[in-house]
Design a binder for this molecule. Structure first.
Ligand code: CA
Length: 221
């Protein structure tokens, strides 16, 4: 699960990031509303944790800009405003849940699990493209019915390509996926992972779109 944390209090943001990473979430932080809107539009996370008091733009404004293009993206609003009116405005503005500061970490985790479950059941648990079946719930990949054990980075890249089958994924978006896990990534890492995936899955599966990125063709229905 890839979380975008929109929070301008950097001390809070980094302690939340540490705690969430321990729960096996990948976490990116943006400290402004504009950056949040851009990030959501270019590299859509699975869940957004959104502070309402941002330096450049109200969190509610961020939500209204994002909701048009991403009607089902789960948004958990996090804020010091604990007045009832603000809470109602947040929920009316399209938040899926609302957590007033200060909060207990355990409660945040529990609410994230609810959003995650809701999203997983909403999504198809399996993506099938040609001979490949990727099971989102079990993080497993089968090729022609035989299980394939992929390293994590390759699995994440394949998942991102399959989830967007038929559409080109830009190099930047794919690299952001790799970087967002906070691991060391070499400059040619993307090419290396794509090369390995082609060796394991067949040379034709992943198409290079020159100067742009990569794509997997959507299955013919
Ligand atoms: Ca704030």
């Amino acid at each position: 699960m890839h979380i975008l944390l929109v929070e301008d209090d950097m001390a809070l943001a980094s302690s939340l990031q540490q705690a969430l990473k321990k729960q096996h979430y990948a976490v990116n932080i943006t400290a402004s509303g504009m950056a949040a809107v851009d990030t959501i539009n270019t590299d859509t996370p699975d869940i957004v944790i959104l502070d309402l008091g941002l330096p450049d733009m109200d969190g509610l404004e961020v939500m209204s800009r994002v909701r048009k293009g991403h009607p089902t993206l789960p948004v958990l609003v996090l804020t010091a405003r604990d007045h009832l009116d603000d809470r109602i405005a947040g929920l009316d503005g399209g938040a899926d849940d609302y957590l007033p500061k200060p909060f207990a970490m355990a409660e945040l985790f529990a609410r994230l699990r609810v959003l995650e479950r809701r999203q997983t059941t909403a999504k198809t648990a399996k993506i099938v493209v040609g001979p490949i079946t990727l099971d989102i719930n079990h993080d497993s990949v089968e090729v022609n019915g035989r299980e394939l054990d992929l390293p994590r980075q390759e699995y994440r890249l394949l998942k991102s390509l399959l989830e967007n089958a038929g559409r080109v994924q830009t190099r930047n978006a794919l690299e952001a996926r790799l970087y967002s896990w906070g691991e060391e990534v070499a400059s040619n890492a993307l090419e290396v992972h794509i090369h390995h995936l082609r060796k394991k899955l067949g040379a034709d599966l992943i198409t290079t779109v020159r100067g742009v990125g990569y794509k997997i063709d959507a299955p013919a229905h």
